[in-house]
Design a protein around this ligand. Sequence first.
Ligand code: ZN
Length: 374
Amino acid sequence: MLLGIEPRRRLDASGCLVMPGLVIAHTHLYAALARGMAAPPGPTRSFQEILERVWWRLDVALDEESLRASAEEALLDAALSGATVVIDHHESPSFIGGSLDVLVQAARTVGVTVALSYGATDRHGPRGAADGLAECERAIREGLPAMVGLHAGFTVSDETLGAAADLARRKGAWLHVHAAEDRCDVESFKRLDRVGAIGPRTLLAHGVHLSPGERARVEEAGAWIAHNPRSNLQNAVGYADVRTLGSRVALGTDGMDGDLFTEARVAHLCARKAYGPEGGIDAVSLLAKSQCLADAAVGPRPGDWIVLEYDPPTPLTAATLAGHVLFGLGTRHVRDVVVNGEAIVEGRRSTRVDGARVHARAREQAVRIWERMA
Ligand SMILES: [Zn+2]
C-alpha cells in the first residue's frame, strides 16, 4: 500500500498495518519530567495527599523552560507511540499567562495536533483562578486550539465554576475538567450541572465516582468521558466502570506516557478484574470513540495515519483486530506517523526534532525542577 504524503512523496507501507492516527483524550504534558522523581517522605494516604505532596509541588515549580522541555518530551513520546492528536489539560501556577503558547509551540515543533486548556483552580486564591480562565480566554481569542479548563470541582469555588461555564458558553468552546476522579470530588458533577456546564462540548476526565443518575445525565447531555485506567490504578481511586459510563468514552493516558496500546490493554484487564470472565472491553471501539471525540473537538483529520510494522502470527481481519490490539500490537510496531499528509515520524524517528536533544534538554530541566521542589 502506498500512502500519499507531501507533494510528490510516497510512503511505502507494503506488508504493514495502516491505521488512523491515535488520539489521547486526556493527558498532562507538564508531567513528563516527573519520571523517576523522588517520592515524598512517608506514605501518601489519600488521593488528595498524592496531589498535595507530588503534583501540586511539581506544577508550581514549572517555569517556561521546564514546561517547554516537558511538553516537547511528552509530545515526541506521543508521536513515536502513534498518537496524532493530544488533548491536554495544563497547570503551571507560577507561569500561567503565556503557558498555552509554550504548549502550542511544542506541538508545532513536534508536529502533533493538540487541543489545550489551562485548568483554572482556586488553590492559589481567586486571583490564580481568574488568571487561569484569562489564559484560556486569551488563547481562544487568539485562535489557538484551546478549550476552557477547570482543575476539578473540589478545588474551585462556585464563582470560578460559573465563570468557566459562562466563558465556554460565550465562546462556544469546550470545557475540560476532572470530575469525580476520587471520592473527594463526588460533589463536583452536581455543581457543574447546576451552572449548565454539562453538554456535548464537555470533556470530563475519569468519572470514577459518578452516581448512576449522573452517568445517565452525562449520556443524555451528550458529554464525553476520558477513561484513564492506568492512572486510576496508580492513584488507587477506584474502578471507572466503562460499561456504565455511557456511549461517549474515550481513552486518555493522564500524563503517564503516550502509549494507548498499553492503556487499552489495562482498560481490558481492569474490566476483567471487576467483572470476572464476563468482563472486558472492545479495544477497537474505545480507540474509535477517541477518534470521534477528536473529530468533534479539533475537526476531521483524513490525512492522519500510522504505519505499523506488524507481521501478524494469526489471521488479521476486521473480526480479529480487537484481539491483535489487546494482545499483540504495541508502540514498538509504530514505524511511521503521518499528520495531515506530512510524515512526522519515519522509520521510528521524528522527522522534525532530534530526539537525543529533546531527551537531553528534558533531563537537564528535570534536575532543575527537582531541585526547586526539594
Ligand atoms: Zn488528569
